[in-house]
Design a protein around this ligand. Sequence first.
Ligand SMILES: [Zn+2]
Length: 166
Amino acid sequence: MDGAAIRYHSYERERFNKMSDPQLIRCSACGATNRVPLEKIGQGLRPVCGRCKTALALENKPVTVTDANFAAEVECSPLPVLLDMWAPWCGPCKMVAPVVEELAAEMAGRVRVGKLNVDENPATAARFCVQSIPTLLLLKGGRELDRIVGVQSKAAILQRLERVAA
Ligand SMILES: [Zn+2]
């Protein structure tokens, strides 16, 4: 990690009012690791690499969460996590899946989106007493802040998500 400084197009003059955990993003072009303050991303600003000025790619796909990686991917995440508890045989889960994909792209840098197969990962499903699927857990530091059970509209999910991502 070389800690290359990050620069933004339009807000060099802005002050940092609050500091949250920066996200570390590796530049796909030159390999430099950039520290990106999350509140800047939340304001819709696109970070570029401090070394080569290439636009940095934010994580925009759901990550696969398992019993084994729950601590690393969810508990240690500096971002709140939307965790889709699903199973391949579940019809309503298939209805929610595209919405979850869209939210991963739209909330990139603000909310981490994960998917957990409850059949393959019963320990995490039991830990959060998930009794029906789909269940969307909203977690921060591994702690449950909210949950959405059953199929809901994207707008409804987004509204609940904005509350925890503030
Ligand atoms: Zn670069």
